[in-house]
Write a protein that binds this ligand. Structure first.
Ligand code: PEP
Ligand code: CO
Length: 449
């Protein structure tokens, strides 16, 4: 039962494992994995420990988490502009949330490694043809062509290198002046003045203006103050392809402990969180902060077992349960889960993924989500926590900085008919930049209540 027994970097191989690609050439895979295991880690263990501390604050109600980014990053759409625009939206959301929550916002991207997707079915129908499912650019190509869908181990290496370049740019942007608070607030001001829904947020924006003015009046030099100029930004992805994660699991020279060095935080998805299987076993042994997605079929007993296996040392910030229950179920399903886990005393940070429980396919075949359902789930999340007396620790969002039309509603109002205009996601529908900022202002209003 306890998958934490006899852990080693490769012991997950002794457990049943789901959602792994069928690599056609084992020898080629092994040679790629050997190569990756000699490459430098993408993140350092000390940074992962830093994130655990920040998440620990959120676990105690002293911080709020914003985890956001693509459903699946793309090898094709890989430009400095798209990374910058995604970061920009996340920073804009974070400023609004920080002001409203009155606590630090821990910023974690679904970025620099989010290249692998679990699938409900091994094949999919594209138009008239049936092809093997797309499993993320780390595994195969999204083109609807049976040859392109054959898993290719060289993609693991490409994912490593794209993650390294992305991280490099993120570090440069977040420490080199791009994250300047006054600048980020000026972008939010543009949003507020350039749209009807935005005008509704004039009050919050003006209050932030006044807070900045107050800081200046107190003699705080905003242009040179490091805490205003720089932000800590962390990376995360679903730890799905365990061969890749294994190749990047390293022993930290300071503590002698194993860390997954492909990202600061790793999570397992709703489809791979079986207590007796390989993914949970792998997570149980690494020391990073980790997350588990929790869907509507989960029961309190199961979550208690997960918490015991994944956080036996009871470290605040070590374990996040990311609930994705759906707008219509959250009020009924979440309170018993919160109560069951709270009663154990094991510290768990709870965040809300309001995206994955609210996906549906339109008559014209677009996989989409309604902005209003997403907001409804967030409301349900806050109200469930307030009922049970636990802290609603953060939100987990799929978004992009681009002006895509993938989710219905929000700002600007995207109609069902306009989904076809700029529907570019390879997997799940994302909020576009303006919908995401609109959401942050709405969440800010909820937080202030
Ligand atoms: C995802 O986060 O993109 C995802 C597949 O989520 P889940 O495991 O919750 O379905
Ligand atoms: Co998704």
């Amino acid at each position: 039962m306890n998958t934490a027994e006899k852990w080693s970097i490769s012991s997950w191989r002794n457990y049943p494992v789901s959602q792994q690609p069928e690599w056609p050439d084992r020898a080629q895979l092994d040679s790629v994995l050997a190569e990756i295991s000699k490459l430098p880690p993408l993140v350092f263990a000390g940074e992962a420990r830093g994130l655990t501390r920040h998440l620990g604050e959120a676990c105690k109600g002293k911080a709020f988490v914003l985890q956001a980014g693509d459903c699946a990053e793309s090898f094709a759409d890989f430009t400095a502009d798209s990374i910058r625009d995604k970061l920009k939206v996340i920073l804009q959301m974070a400023v609004v949330l920080t002001y409203a929550a009155g606590v630090p916002v821990v910023k974690v991207g679904r970025i620099a490694g989010q290249f692998a997707k679990p699938r409900s079915s091994p094949t999919e129908k594209v138009g008239d043809i049936e092809v093997p499912a797309f499993r993320g650019h780390m595994v195969n190509d999204d083109r609807a062509d049976p040859i392109a869908r054959i898993p290719d181990p060289k993609r693991l290496l490409a994912a490593y290198h794209q993650s390294a370049s992305t991280l490099n740019l993120l570090r440069a942007f977040t420490k080199g002046g791009f994250a300047d608070l006054s600048q980020v607030h000026a972008w939010n001001r543009e949003f507020v003045t350039s749209s009807e829904a935005g005008m509704h947020y004039e009050k919050i924006a003006s209050e932030i203006d006044r807070a900045l003015q107050f800081m200046r009046a107190c003699g705080i030099e905003l242009a040179s103050e490091a805490t205003i100029q720089q932000v800590d930004f962390f990376t995360s992805h679903e730890a799905l392809i365990l061969e890749y994660e294994e190749a990047l699991t390293r022993i930290d020279s300071l503590t002698g402990e194993p860390y997954g060095c492909s990202a600061h935080m790793l999570w397992v998805g709703e489809r791979t969180r079986d207590l007796k299987e390989a993914h949970i076993h792998y997570l149980s042994g690494i020391k990073n902060p980790i997350g588990v997605k929790i869907g509507p079929r989960a029961g309190a007993d199961e979550l208690v077992e997960l918490a015991e296996i994944l956080n036996p040392e009871r470290i605040p910030g070590r374990l996040t349960f990311i609930t994705r229950l759906g707008a219509s179920l959250i009020e009924e399903k979440l309170p018993p889960l919160l109560e069951g886990v709270s009663n154990t005393g094991i510290p768990v940070l709870w965040t809300c993924d309001p995206m994955h429980g609210n996906t549906f396919v339109t008559d014209s075949g677009f996989k989409t989500r309604r902005f209003d359902d997403v907001m409804e789930e967030i409301k349900g999340f806050f109200s469930a926590h307030s009922k049970v007396g636990t802290w609603p620790g953060g939100i987990h969002i799929e978004l992009t900085g681009d002006g895509v039309t993938e989710c219905i509603g929000g700002e600007p109002d995207t109609s069902e008919e306009s989904l076809e205009l700029r529907y570019t996601t390879m997997c799940d529908p994302r909020l576009n930049g303006r919908q995401a900022i609109d959401m942050a202002f709405r969440v800010a209003e909820l937080l202030r209540k």
